[in-house]
Design a protein around this ligand. Structure first.
Ligand SMILES: [Zn+2]
Length: 301
């Protein structure tokens, strides 16, 4: 299959599923989208941001579905950032009655931010930015499971972490794999713009306990890896980023341009093999505001 996206496959024959992973190019942030293939059907987890990337996901789906006749049973959205839901309209074009499964919090997040994201990114991506966005239309609650084509999808709704609402999905009774959206990256600088880093750290610490029995973790950005070390690395990255933002900003709610350049140098030196370094400066003000706001709590105005 020819594609401008990178393809990897992870097979679990003893448990009856295959994870097909597609990764978008750097210009669309090296995002991962997944197709879970079971005996008689396929389920998607996330749908990319750009039309061209979503078309690559369609081509991957067709390569599975055309010879086998397997339908797309549903699309699961891990969180409300456009690199994970924008492509839904492209993926379901021509298909009937495909539920888009997510949480109420994620649906609200998409509703509240979809216009602002369009204003920010449409001028940059032009026609590759999809015109129509599809909202989730089947909500799952925290701690519940769905069984799709015999495979159990278990959902945890973490509330605000990397985004304003993040979902994780564990597959099967044996809990061999977990999908955590952008709560954990692998060897990538974090997206800090939503400014919930303190809650995010608390979620990561809880994840480390709850997922201690799950061997493999699939990320929103970066290769899958062993669950415990990936979570530990993400905790350490957030602590390092917060430490340096706090040190540079002091009590200010934003960093100067010079301070942002300094922050980028420090983070690049600390994590020389990490990609997506454009995120370092971009998220600095949100984290400075979050830390200053927290430190000022309880003080008179
Ligand atoms: Zn993402």
């Amino acid at each position: 299959m020819l594609s401008h996206c990178l393809y990897h496959k992870y097979s679990y024959p003893d448990q009856g599923f295959v994870v097909h992973m597609l990764t978008s190019p750097t210009r669309s942030f090296l995002t991962n989208a997944y197709l879970i293939e079971t005996e008689s059907a396929v389920v998607a987890i996330d749908t990319f941001m750009l039309v061209s990337d979503a078309q690559a996901l369609c081509a991957l789906f067709d390569s599975i579905a055309l010879p086998s006749g397997k339908p797309l049973l549903g699309i699961i959205i891990t969180h409300g950032h456009p690199d994970h839901y924008n492509g839904t309209s492209t993926l379901i074009a021509g298909l009937k009655d495909v539920p888009v499964i997510s949480s109420q919090g994620i649906t609200d997040c998409i509703k509240n931010s979809v216009d602002a994201k369009q204003v920010k990114w449409k001028p940059f991506f032009g026609d590759d930015w999809p015109e129509h966005k599809i909202l989730p239309n089947q909500w799952v609650a925290d701690g519940t499971s769905l069984t799709l084509d015999g495979l159990q999808y278990h959902f945890r709704d973490w509330g605000a972490a990397e985004s304003s609402s993040d979902l994780s999905i564990t597959l099967g009774q044996q809990r061999s794999v977990v999908f955590v959206g952008d709560v954990v990256f692998n060897t990538m600088h974090g997206f800090m713009n939503d400014g919930h880093t303190q809650q995010w750290l608390a979620v990561l610490k809880q994840l480390a306990v709850e997922l201690a029995d799950v061997p493999l973790l699939f990320t929103g950005h970066g290769a899958p890896g062993k669950t415990a070390p990936l979570i530990a690395k993400q905790i350490q990255y957030l602590q390092t980023y917060r430490h340096h933002v706090s040190k540079l900003a002091g009590t200010a709610y934003a960093l100067t341009s010079e301070q942002k350049i300094c922050l980028e140098k420090i983070l690049c030196n600390a994590y020389p093999d990490y990609q997506l370094k454009g995120f370092i400066q971009d998220g600095a003000d949100a984290v400075a505001a979050e830390i200053s706001e927290y430190n000022n709590q309880g003080l008179p105005p």
